[in-house]
Design a protein around this ligand. Structure first.
Ligand code: ATP
Ligand code: MG
Length: 445
């Protein structure tokens, strides 16, 4: 009988679930519509927003979201994303809910995010139960070292408490958490031949995390590993920040950035604020506000070349920021395999496109890489050890630019790039096994 516990990676960009089947760690199919059905895009689409998704009244927006979450039809993952692309005005799209769990936002809005997490966890639980044919009531959920927040540790506490409440509500009776890079470390430990000082670098969509620990077969089954964990750190920046840097650095001239008015004055950067900020609700709302709409219209009237600003206006009027950032993200991903790619923006203007080279990503990524290395340096300093191996995981770890930067910084250390989208969930499952396997009383459905 399969285990009645699962591991969950509730990621900013993708979620995954793993269970033990015949004692083998096994990924659960969570999205049949995805190229990789073992991960699901962290996105939902609420259909039928009859009160109008364009409302700029924050209270009305919260109210609507609450009502829709309670009663409305919800589409998850790829299906949700595609429905949103087809009818962006008819429903409500929420991308990467994890980004907002630690945010300083009104309680009502936070409650809405909790309901949203309940619906998402419930979806994942049902998929697992259907495939395993067993009731599941225990879970280990991976969490970032630092959730997105302006409130520091308070934000982490808020997010974890929300995740716990949500998990309890969907019927997980026993719930534990594990730091994402530590989960990945437990997964890699399975392959370790001799005790090894390992640094695990997990670069995701929303956060970049690292843990430095001693991995060994001898201690692998122990529940208390505090002595082996030398240091764990995380920054609130991942792949989404890289996409935003690419957008503002390379793509933004297409929308008028750097342009001038008729009398030679520079178009202010403020006009573009929020257009790429899909992970920041206040900035996105500002961009879609009537005030901004008015400012864009005024600059169109008085600038030397109105066409780029008219594109910005179209993005604003038609609420195209998510499509725009999705297209830019795809270009970044393509550039991991190719030296150049074409960013097509035909949803803004039929022939609008931009040739982008890997070099461009390299130039704009520097800012994030610098921060990542500060985090890594801190980790090594705190550990007071040199890593014998570096495991690189998470989607951004697939970027050759990231791999090269790490190799340059650690020329003498073996760097292993592995299991980008599964190391964390398998590690969460390992912890679940250590915690719950003695207590399992599998109940077939
Ligand atoms: N081949 C690739 N090259 C470069 N970047 C990639 C590639 N594939 C995915 N990514 C990026 O990796 C990120 C998603 O990675 P991942 O699925 O590990 O994140 P996550 O676990 O959902 O997020 P987090 O751990 O921060 O909550 C996205 O920013 C995506 O654009
Ligand atoms: Mg992750």
């Amino acid at each position: 009988m399969p285990s009645d516990f699962i591991g969950i990676d509730f990621g900013t960009s993708n979620c995954a679930v793993a269970a033990l089947v015949n004692d083998q760690p096994t990924l659960i199919v969570v999205d049949e519509n995805s190229d990789n059905p073992y991960k699901i895009r962290s996105a939902i689409y609420l259909a039928h927003d009859e009160s109008g998704a364009d409302s700029h009244d924050a209270k009305a927006n919260e109210q609507t979201l609450n009502e829709m979450l309670a009663a409305g039809e919800i589409l998850f993952g790829e299906q949700g994303f595609n429905a949103f692309l087809q009818t962006p005005h008819e429903g409500r799209y929420v991308n990467s809910p994890k980004n907002f769990l630690g945010a300083k936002i009104p309680k009502r809005l936070l409650d809405s995010f909790e309901t949203l997490v309940v619906r998402f966890l419930s979806y994942l639980k049902k998929y697992a139960e259907k495939q395993l044919d067993i009731n599941i009531n225990k879970a280990v959920i991976a969490r970032p070292v630092n959730y997105h927040s302006t409130m520091g540790e308070l934000g982490n506490k808020q997010a974890e408490a929300l995740m716990l409440r949500a998990a309890n509500k969907v019927g997980f009776v026993d719930v534990e958490f594990i730091h994402e890079p530590l989960a990945a470390a437990y997964h890699f430990e399975q392959k370790i031949q001799k005790p090894t000082q390992a640094m695990v670098v997990d670069l995701g969509g929303g956060t970049s995390d690292v843990t430095f620990c001693l991995l060994s077969q001898e201690n692998a089954e122990k529940l208390d590993r505090d002595e082996d964990i030398h240091s764990t750190q995380g920054i609130r920046q991942g792949g989404i920040v890289c996409d935003k840097l690419l957008a503002s650095g390379i793509v933004s001239p297409l929308f008028g950035r750097g342009g001038r008015t008729d009398n030679g004055k520079a178009i202010p950067n403020m006009l573009f604020s929020g257009v790429y900020d899909i992970d920041n609700i206040p900035l996105m709302s500002d961009f879609y506000s009537p005030t901004r709409s008015k400012s864009i219209a005024e600059y169109i009237y008085q600038c030397q070349d109105p066409l780029p600003l008219m594109r910005l206006q179209r993005v604003q009027k038609q609420r195209l920021t998510h499509q725009l950032m999705h297209a830019i993200e795809l270009s970044k991903i393509n550039l991991s395999d190719k030296q150049q790619t074409q960013l097509s923006l035909s949803f803004i203007e039929s022939t609008l496109h931009l040739d982008i080279e890997r070099e461009h990503v390299a130039e704009t990524m520097d800012n994030w890489l610098d921060k990542m290395f500060v985090m890594i340096d801190d980790t090594i300093k705190q550990a007071q050890k040199t890593p014998e191996i570096i495991y690189l995981t998470g989607g951004m770890g697939l970027s050759p630019l990231v791999q090269q930067a790490l190799t340059q910084r650690f020329p003498d250390v073996d760097i292993s790039v592995a299991d980008a989208f599964s190391s964390v969930v398998f590690g969460a499952l390992l912890k679940a096994k250590r915690l719950f396997s003695g207590t399992s009383q599998g109940v077939a459905i």
